[in-house]
Design a protein around this ligand. Structure first.
Ligand SMILES: [Ca+2]
Length: 270
């Protein structure tokens, strides 16, 4: 090894050691301890294949989507049947949009690395508030009382919707194994659903203990989306439709949004 190359290697090692380099680009390997639940696909809906989906929520018969990337991050109202964008609010290009959720007449949207959460009026998409926080922002949902946020680690943060203060923190684990890269979230009938970034797995998490109750392996959906469009990115986006008791799932740049239902037992029981 030349002296110059040694310096480069040493520099990279030092940068890696102090956390300035991204973690190895290997997707996390999920080796489920908890059972893997089966599901059925109820319907396929069109989805904007240019949308870098980061947040998804269905409320009062309406589908809302948060998209990411610098310069193309938006909050959207989307027509489920056609996939058309009905309304949108663009974020300033310095913000990379992430998870969204609705509580009362407010929509909350977090950002990836800006430490900023936006609050909008649900009906008008007009910004009515703003909060700051210290971590990355990845996914967001609500149990109807607190906001629940992921930051790419194994931690979920329960936050006061009026102040954004952390009320409680939850360590997510399957058996004894911490589950990192928790991404898009959805609170469904007392269970937190979470995409695990760069995998096809969705963890269903007990909000009291952080234990993974069971898993969904959505590889078949990713495969189907890839058949329709070779340019897709990862699975991301979970929304609950309480009227049909179905779950809407999609991914970043997926041309399709799937409507699924847990199979094998009543989805209200865990
Ligand atoms: Ca969601």
């Amino acid at each position: 090894m030349s002296a110059r190359r040694s310096v480069v290697v040493l520099t990279l090692v030092l940068l890696g050691a102090i956390g300035l380099l991204p973690a190895a680009a290997q997707p996390p390997v999920i080796d489920p301890v908890a059972p893997v639940r089966s599901y059925e696909v109820v319907a396929e809906h069109p989805h904007d294949a240019s949308a870098f989906t980061q947040g998804l929520i269905f409320s009062d018969g309406r589908l809302y989507e948060g998209t990411g990337l610098y310069g193309s991050s938006e909050l959207r109202l989307v027509d489920l049947e056609s996939g058309n964008v009905l309304e949108s609010h663009a974020l300033d290009q310095q913000y990379f949009g992430e998870g969204i959720t609705i509580l009362g007449d407010r929509i909350y949207q977090i950002t990836w690395r800006s430490g900023v959460a936006f609050v909008y009026d649900l009906a008008s998409f007009e910004q009515v508030g703003m909060f700051s926080y210290q971590t990355d922002g990845w996914g967001l949902t609500t149990d109807g009382v607190s906001l629940i946020m992921s930051d790419g680690s194994d931690q979920l943060f329960f936050r006061d919707p009026d102040t954004f203060e952390v009320i409680r923190q939850l360590s997510v684990h399957d058996g004894n194994e911490p589950i990192v890269y928790l991404n898009e979230l959805e609170y469904i009938d007392g269970v937190i659903w979470a995409n695990v970034w760069q995998t096809n797995y969705v963890a269903r998490i007990d909000p009291e203990t952080g234990r993974v109750i069971d898993w969904l392996d959505l590889s078949a959906l990713t495969q189907r989306a890839a058949e329709l469009d070779g340019g897709i990115d990862v699975l991301n986006g979970i929304a609950w439709n309480p009227e049909t008791e179905t779950v809407l799932v999609t991914g970043k740049r997926w041309p399709v949004l799937f409507e699924i239902r847990l199979a094998g037992e009543d989805e209200n029981s865990i």
